[in-house]
Design a binder for this molecule. Structure first.
Ligand code: FAD
Ligand code: HEM
Ligand code: FMN
Length: 1084
């Protein structure tokens, strides 16, 4: 077999040793430790940019306590609630300023945050003097100043308008720093009055990032980086100069106010009679700048992110604000009065604590975990709050899920001690907690009153950037003013499709110019672009039917479904749930009352796939039913496209024709033009100057590391491909990679040859409606046909009509009419594409524009990731089947699958447009590795299972207790395509992580006579039953028929155990016992 075992990389230790150096007392257990790497110690196992995320992965691998050696520094990391609770005992442990925080002392010295206590006596003085300045009562007095800055933010976002992609981290940083400076120092930084980020904020961000990375790098390496060192020093100068400025101004213009600055300048400590020295005042000023705004702006951004990803929470919060506050300006009396808001804030800080870890150390030699592990005095202990906040023993199996309800109705108060600790501990806990708590409430209430929010990339999944605190990276949102018109917003369904669009394409589209007066609204819910492309088609031809079309995502119509024109909804479902850009809309319609929709006229078309038997077309059906139930007028019956059947496009065409027929009649609009979409193509360069058009910014390009054959010669090809992910992108085992492919060059050449064009020829495409083609910029024809359109989809009946109209000979007309008459068999059944037909009928004279407008836009393909981030968080592997087989159309050349052919041809170093997409929440290995997995798959359906097992193997090698899992795997024969059999699967079987049960369809004598997975399951049913008794989780991955076969055999096993149960009862038992324990991932 071609696939070789991967070589462990330095960033990725696979053979840990168990440290015995640390207090090897008789009574204690050695603390697990990842392998030390000479010179760097464990620093190499920490992601330089995101140590906290590396530490979380190590916690997943090694468990609740482990030891690291960073350079020569030894540290312990504790990650469970019980250990956090133990090290929060101030009689045994106290804060330790080490690592990155020790570097912050360069500018914050003995200020509150970085003081060594005991030792830095000024800490006590400042603590006693300043605590009152941040009491809840003092904070209430800051209401006016806080609202002043919040209103500056609101004004800015109103000015931006809905189409602007806002960077919330940048604007919340402006908000929190300005508010802190105004409230506590009476100083106006005026960040909202400058376009660029204030130099102080830039320097602070750089400085803190450097503090963190330098802590994980040997001093000599830091010193050798001369440029970075110079910048580090310059940043400190910028920080200190603002402090001097604030202080000098106050000295020059004293004011009579009990603010933080005056307390520091004039306050006398009652206990010692001392004042703070000027240098300590400066240190503390900077401390407040640092501690007081990064954290709060992080919290605000995370809160918006979580609310956007959790429509139910967003709806409940909006409802609370609407009922309790309505439109009036929030007052200080409202603070702490909105229980759901408080729950949202607590849950935000649980899942994404702005300061994810803190440092402590034992005051004397001691042990933790009931004496199990020895901890020496003074050793740095990292209290990994972000991991402990997800401890399944406290938060349950859904610890990774944002669920504010867990903080409501006394549940928060009933939590075990220190289970929730985002503000630190004891006497060194956060002094600004009340300040932040009030500011976040005022800001969130005001912003939700004023705006609806939409993610710029609906599939955005949290990437985190860490300095000392954490913040979402690359998050962009749109703020749509709630008051006013023109709300629809058409953000692309995926960033991978974004490059094709010019910003104008996504502005609201008043497609029809001139006479069209009747409004028409097209709303889409789409993840991979099919529904979006259909919506675009309707919007682009609307003008020719006399309608003025506006297009937007379903989410952008939440709570505002237009009533002044027909509304056309095109949406998909995913696992029975809405797409990423329709979730808020669906949540909202589910709470509609009475006849609220009585003025709405609508039609729904659903994109679905029958492989999802239980939830086929669930969301389109739901939208259709709910709108009708609440009084809306349905103008045509709901249409259905089944992506698995292949007549997907044909179904849409038929439904669309019916839609226009009805609309034209009902609105008595005038047909202006009968052509398909108006695409105008102009040649700007005959092909001498090649224009490189990149569809994606570098940020979403992955790099191919390796691409290896997994199968024997002659067997259907399967490959293993490893990618380095774009910066900040990481994943969970079980997630998908979305790939935007490029058509096989062979098929592009076929197009060019058929139209007699040069590959180098450059054109500019102009469109009178929305399109996913690159418009108004020069693009060469090879790029256009390679990257933007599908070439091999079966022609639809409408395509046949267009081609019939364009033919010049009777013979071709006749042939095309025959195709129409026998469409299912001769066109659809043979997957005859427009190109196939054009090649066979050279007298069809289609313009290039018409041809292009008939082609569906390029689809993203999803692939299950076949690796685990514990192996390498920045690399992901795929296990793919390459589609190359005799064409059903009868052409002599084989049929080539677009994406699989593209992937198969990649070479190391190639750049690929890709994005991680979160999978179904249940399709991940359980966080507790002692829960066995029972996995059923065939062919490349092995992909996610490979990732799960890799994760389990990493945990086992790290010394954790890991259950053995069962893998039922269907393939042809032991020699053809038994994927990873002599590499990973063998290694993991030897490790005791997996017991592989193959079923060989062409060599069943080697698999106990079992041909298919379901036969093997029946054969080994005693083991399946045993695993079930042991609390296993089931996973199925592969084609619909594998899933159906597995379900059937499991039901048969149930019947064998319960002979009295009839079929229906057995099915019932199946659903009953597998609920929460059975996850499926289906693909052909
Ligand atoms: C959630 C999910 C996870 C997935 N994970 C994986 C994975 O881990 N590994 C993997 O390999 N795939 C996976 N897939 C499938 C993958 O996304 C693609 O669908 C697959 O690779 C085919 O894409 P393609 O572009 O190569 O083929 P396409 O160009 O899309 O062609 C496929 C179409 O061509 C038709 N066709 C097939 N053979 C012929 C023929 N001989 N003549 C004419 N027409 C034909 C098929 O009916 C099908 O409609 C997954 C799919 C999903 C939805
Ligand atoms: C959501 C917002 C905030 C969070 C999550 C947060 C979190 C924390 C945490 C975890 C600590 C302890 C750090 C350690 O143990 O090393 C801390 C300390 C501190 N925080 Fe905050 N903080 C927030 C907002 C603020 C604000 C608004 C201010 C100032 C107005 C502030 C000022 C401080 C100071 C001065 C300390 C040091 C206290 C001491 O050791 O005496 N914080 N904060
Ligand atoms: C992971 C996954 C889950 C799906 N779940 C469903 C489902 O529950 N019901 C359904 O009808 N279709 C389901 N489908 C099919 C999609 O809805 C269908 O492919 C649709 O055309 C996608 O539209 P889009 O490209 O606009 O996102 C699923 C597809 C995938 C990849």
């Amino acid at each position: 077999m071609g696939f070789k075992e991967s070589v462990p990389s330095l960033t990725n230790p696979v053979h840990p040793i168990l440290s015995t150096e640390l207090y090897p007392r008789d009574m204690t257990t050695p603390i697990p430790s990842p392998t030390r790497i000479p010179f760097l110690g464990n620093a190499a196992s920490l992601d330089r940019d995101m140590p906290y995320q590396s530490m979380n992965l190590l916690a997943k691998e090694y468990g609740e306590i482990y030891q690291l050696t960073i350079i020569s520094r030894k540290i312990l990391v504790v990650s469970s609630q019980r250990l956090v609770n133990e090290v929060s005992d101030e009689s045994r442990f106290r804060k330790m300023v080490a690592g990155g925080l020790a570097n912050v002392r360069l500018v914050a010295g003995d200020g509150l945050f970085t003081a060594h206590v005991p030792g830095d006596e000024n800490w006590y003085i400042a603590h006693r003097l300043l605590m009152p300045a941040f009491s809840p009562t003092a904070t209430q007095g800051m209401y006016g100043d806080m609202m002043d800055i919040i209103s500056q933010l609101v004004l800015k976002w109103e000015r931006y308008g809905p189409e602007y992609a806002i960077d919330p981290v940048a604007d919340f940083t402006r908000l929190t720093l300005d508010a802190l400076m105004l409230c506590s120092m009476n100083y106006r930084l005026n960040s909202f009055y400058r376009e660029e980020t204030h130099p102080f904020i830039t320097s602070l961000g750089d400085f803190l990032f450097q503090c963190m990375t330098r802590a994980n790098t040997p001093a000599i390496v830091n010193a050798l980086k001369l440029k970075t060192q110079a910048q580090f020093e310059e940043d400190q100068r910028v920080l200190n100069s603002l402090v001097d400025e604030v202080l000098d101004e106050r000295k020059a213009h004293p004011i009579d106010k009990n603010d933080l600055l005056n307390l520091m300048l004039n306050g006398v400590d009652k206990e010692t009679g001392k004042k703070l020295p000027e240098q300590t005042i400066k240190y503390n000023l900077l401390t407040f700048f640092i501690a007081g705004h990064e954290t709060t702006s992080g919290m605000l951004t995370f809160a918006i992110y979580h609310l956007l990803k959790n429509p139910e929470a967003m709806r409940k919060l909006r409802e609370e604000i609407e009922t309790q506050i309505g439109d009036r300006v929030v007052s200080v009396k409202d603070v702490n009065k909105l229980p759901y808001l408080i729950a949202v804030m607590r849950e935000t800080l649980r899942l994404t604590p702005s300061i994810p870890q803190r440092g402590t150390s034992a005051i004397e030699d001691t042990t933790v975990a009931d004496g199990k592990f020895a901890v020496p005095k003074g050793m740095n202990i990292i209290v990994n709050i972000s991991a402990a906040h997800r401890d399944p023993l406290v938060w349950g199996n859904d610890a990774d899920v944002f669920r504010p309800e867990r903080m409501l109705d006394g549940k928060f108060e009933a939590l075990p001690s220190n289970a929730w600790q985002p503000f630190g501990n004891g006497m060194r806990a956060c002094i600004g907690r009340a300040f932040a708590w009030q500011e976040v409430q005022l800001a969130l209430i005001t912003l939700l009153q004023k705006f609806d929010f939409v993610l710029d990339d609906p599939s955005y999944d949290l990437h985190v950037k860490q300095a000392l605190s954490i913040k979402p990276a690359s998050l962009r949102i749109h703020a749509i003013p709630r008051a006013g018109q023109g709300r629809l917003l058409a953000v692309p369904s995926s960033t991978l499709l974004r490059g094709a669009m010019t910003p104008k394409d996504h502005a609201q589209v008043g497609a029809a110019e001139g006479t069209a007066q009747q409004s028409l609204y097209v709303l889409y819910g789409s993840n991979t672009g099919s529904a979006e492309a259909f919506a675009q088609r309707i919007a682009s031809v609307a003008a020719s039917h006399g309608f003025r079309a506006s297009i937007g995502t379903l989410d952008s119509a939440t709570a505002h479904v237009p009533a002044d024109g027909p509304v056309v909804i095109i949406t998909a479902s995913y696992e029975g749930k809405p797409t990423d850009n329709a979730a808020h809309f669906v949540e909202w319609i589910c709470s509609l009352k009475d006849n609220e929709m009585s003025k709405v006229v609508y039609a729904v078309f659903g994109c679905g796939n029958r492989d999802w038997v239980q939830t086929y077309q669930r969301i389109p059906k739901l939208c259709d039913d709910i709108l009708a139930a609440h009084g809306a007028e349905r103008i045509v019956p709901r249409g259905e496209g089944d992506a698995s059947s292949g007549n997907f496009f044909e179904s849409f065409d038929t439904w669309e024709a019916q839609l226009w027929g009805t609309l034209d009649k009902k609105y008595e609009t005038k047909m202006l033009d009968t052509s398909i979409a108006g695409l105008d193509i102009k040649t700007v360069d005959p092909g001498t100057a090649r224009a490189e058009i990149l569809r994606q910014p570098d940020a979403s390009l992955g790099t191919v590391i390796k691409n290896e054959l997994l199968t024997a010669p002659g067997a259907p090809v399967k490959r293993h491909i490893e990618f380095e992910l774009p910066e900040h992108m990481t994943y969970r085992a079980g997630d998908y990679l979305g790939i935007l492919p490029i058509n096989p060059a062979r098929d592009v050449r076929r197009v060019l040859a058929r139209f007699g064009l040069s590959a180098e020829q450059e054109v500019v495409v102009a469109s009178n409606g929305p399109t996913s083609l690159p418009t108004n910029k020069a693009v060469n024809l090879f790029t256009l046909f390679s990257g933007y359109v599908e070439l091999s989809q079966p022609a639809t009946k409408r395509d046949l009509v267009v081609m019939t109209d364009a033919t010049t000979t009777e013979a071709s007309k006749k042939s095309l009419r025959e195709y129409t008459a026998t469409y299912s068999e001769r066109v659809f059944g043979r997957r005859l594409s427009i190109l196939d037909i054009l090649e066979d009928h050279l007298d069809i004279k289609l313009s290039l524009g018409t041809f292009l407008s008939m082609l569906p836009s390029m689809r993203i393909r999803q692939y299950s990731i076949s690796s685990s981030p514990l192996w390498n968080p920045q690399h992901a592997t795929l296990t793919i089947s390459v589609i190359e087989s005799p064409a059903l159309s009868g052409r002599t050349e084989p049929f080539l699958g677009v994406a699989s052919t593209y992937l198969a041809g990649l070479r190391p170093g190639d750049k690929v447009q890709l994005a991680v997409r979160a999978s179904n929440v249940d399709f991940h290995p359980p966080s507790d590795p002692t829960i066995p997995l029972v996995m059923f798959c065939a062919g490349s359906g092995l992909a996610p299972m490979h990732g799960f097992l890799q994760e389990r193997a990493m945990q086992k090698e790290a010394g954790r207790e890991v259950a053995s899992s069962l893998l039922f795997f269907g393939c042809r024969s032991p020699t053809d395509d038994f994927l990873y059999a002599d590499s990973d699967l063998k290694m993991w079987a030897e490790l005791g992580v997996v017991d592989v049960r193959p079923a060989f369809s062409k060599s069943s004598q080697h698999s106990g006579g079992c041909k298919h997975v379901q036969d093997r399951v029946w054969h080994d049913r005693t083991d399946v039953k045993e695993a079930y008794q042991a609390g296993c989780k089931f996973y199925v991955c592969g084609a619909g028929k594998v899933a159906a076969g597995v379900k059937e055999v499991l039901i048969a096993i149930i019947k064998e155990i319960n002979p009295q149960a009839d079929d229906a009862h057995a099915v019932e038992i199946f659903y009953d016992i597998t609920s929460d324990r059975y996850a499926t991932d289906i693909f052909e």
